[in-house]
Write a protein that binds this ligand. Structure first.
Ligand SMILES: [Zn+2]
Length: 429
């Protein structure tokens, strides 16, 4: 069996285990991976807060050198078979692509990481430090069963100097040159409520009441149309330096430059230049004929790494102006970064140089949340999102994630195995 067949087979078997979260049921996936890895001489341990939701940690031990962790999650989001051309849990191989929920997010990377580790182990390769593989539960709908819990309850099992995870790796073309994007940071998700106060009354006589919903409407308008002052962070600066060869002084120019180079680059850069405020939910009266005394607006908000929720609320207050309302923060998550440079960065760069000598690596901050946050926060781990992908058009692939007809090219699975093997051998030599 070739490594290519091996990674396809493992991915097919992973996809056929329905790990839709909620409820997850990731234990079956963890057991499949354990059986596969143990058969290749890799020590495995399952850690479960809930027996149905096990996390797998596998490790290859060497000496006292650094630890590299390959991070991943085994749960997937809901798939409605009616929307799909192939069964979402069928794992079919069609024209060089493996179809199924999780193929891209992220059972493909799970399989590639596992095959890289297994193949190194059976060849007799041993790391100078440790090579760890984590297939965590509960990333898509976090209720404290996955990476967050592992870092907390089993820190010694998952502590690492370096980590590779999901988040980026796509090959993009800008101005005729190829770049592989590597995510080194992520924005903080910091949602909050605007709780607006008024006075209730019968809706047949609006004049006697003070309608909280009407007052909220003005605030929704203000926060939803607010355009933040833009700023260039280290990731955007390094990205533009790599792709355009220069970093404009003003953030507005940076956005124009990115758009001029490629509209896709503009879309990539725009959310990385400032915070976002998107009102998404509203709650007022429970009854049609009662004017609400309270109205709550939920605002989804993402902050640049380094920004704090306190600064965000102060900004929101200045945007909203004075009024009969309070701001109630909802739990914030994420917002961490790793340095652009050092041994892990060099390993990504040397891989790309070997695969495609004319391509470069461009750092990026991702607007969403990944489990990399937990290890950066707990251990100061240098964590990047990098799973190289070049067989599919990146824009088309992005549309398949969390959507119908998700699938991955076998060529990319093989590329992923090569990358993880390369990273381990470079960092842990
Ligand atoms: Zn994911």
């Amino acid at each position: 069996m070739t490594v290519r067949d091996e990674v396809v087979d493992l991915l097919q078997r992973l996809i056929r285990i329905d790990t839709t979260n909620p409820p997850g049921n990731e234990t079956a996936a963890a057991e499949l991976l354990r059986d596969y890895l143990e058969a290749n001489g890799v020590a495995c341990e399952l850690y479960a807060k809930d027996p149905a939701r096990a996390n797998l940690v596998a490790r290859l031990r060497g000496g006292d050198g650094p630890t590299l962790a390959l991070l991943s999650h085994t749960d997937v989001v809901l798939a409605d078979p009616a929307e799909w051309e192939r069964h979402p849990f069928g794992g079919e191989l069609v024209a060089g692509e493996v179809w199924g929920r999780g193929a891209l997010d992220m059972k493909g990377q799970v399989a590639a990481s596992a095959v890289a580790l297994a193949s190194l182990a059976r060849e007799g390769w041993r790391p100078a430090g440790e090579l760890v593989f984590v297939a965590a539960a509960d990333e898509e709908f976090g209720v404290g069963m996955g990476m967050q819990w592992l870092v907390d309850a089993h820190a010694d099992a998952v502590r690492a100097d370096y980590a590779l995870n999901e988040g980026a790796g796509d090959r993009i073309e800008v101005g005729g040159r190829a770049f592989y994007v590597c995510s080194t940071a992520e924005k903080m998700s910091a949602p909050f409520l605007i709780r607006v106060h008024g006075r209730s009354g019968h809706a047949s006589m609006p004049g006697i009441a003070d309608n909280a919903l009407l007052k909220a409407a003005q605030l929704v308008q203000r926060i939803g149309t607010y355009e933040p002052e833009l700023q260039i962070g280290p990731e955007v600066a390094a990205l533009l330096e790599t792709v355009a060869g220069r970093v404009p002084e003003r953030a507005e120019e940076a956005l124009e430059l990115a758009r001029a180079l490629d509209p896709m680059l503009g879309e990539l850069v725009q959310p990385l230049l400032g915070p976002t405020f998107a009102p998404t939910m509203i709650n007022a009266s429970e009854k049609r004929n009662v004017i609400p005394a309270v109205c709550e607006v939920t605002v989804d908000s993402r902050l640049l790494p380094g920004a704090t929720p306190d600064e965000q609320l102060a900004l929101a207050r200045s945007v909203l102006g004075p009024g009969d309302y309070e701001l109630v923060p909802i739990e914030a998550q994420g917002g961490t970064r790793s340095p652009i440079g050092g041994p892990l960065w060099d390993a990504v760069v040397s891989f790309v140089a070997a695969e495609e000598p004319n391509a470069a690596v461009a750092p990026v901050c991702v607007p969403g949340f990944t489990d990399s946050h937990w290890v950066r926060e707990a251990f100061g781990t240098v964590a990047y999102g990098f799973f190289p992908a070049r067989a599919m058009d990146p824009a088309a692939a992005a549309l398949l994630i969390h959507s119908a007809n998700e699938r991955i090219a076998v060529d990319d699975l093989e590329l992923g195995v090569r990358f993880f093997r390369h990273a381990a051998q470079e960092l842990l030599a």
